[in-house]
Design a protein around this ligand. Sequence first.
Ligand SMILES: [Zn+2]
Length: 184
Amino acid sequence: MPLSAWTWIDSTPEGLVAFVLITPATEASSGLGALAQAAGLESPDRPLPSPGLRLVLHDSYAMVILPRAKTALRIPTDEGWSDFVRRGGAVVVIMGERSLVHDAERTEVESYLLQSLLPGGLWMAKTSLAAAHPPAGVRGEACIVCGRGDGQLDPVGYAYTPTTGAPLGWAVVAHPTCPTEEEQ
Ligand SMILES: [Zn+2]
């Protein structure tokens, strides 16, 4: 499914938060509701859950791994967003049911969010780099998406484990065939 994705940092009552919005890129695509619910995200009228979403950072993109749905979403990021996340900043992942064109401006994204607050329009979850990865995954011995160690495994970026000092990055791998929905 072609996806659209946006990242931004905003101040909230709980401090600065790195947001990700992911939507279908075209009206012909089915919405992300079924995938979001399988992954443990909740609608905005429910308490914000922490369903164990994991993040892998690359220079120009991030993978949001949805372990409960056994899939990953690849989104473009910029340096400021990645730096904030790499330092352990809070992340809120928002998935939308309706499509939004991938080059929508900030004001269009804001009105999309406002118009999607009705039930069934948005699903949300929080996470951070501190979400645990399986040990074989951070050692690069198993696919960071599905957890299996067989077959061809390609480098896909870095997972980070929390440390007391600088975040410690682990080069991680994934099957080229493992389910990864990509931003168009
Ligand atoms: Zn895999």
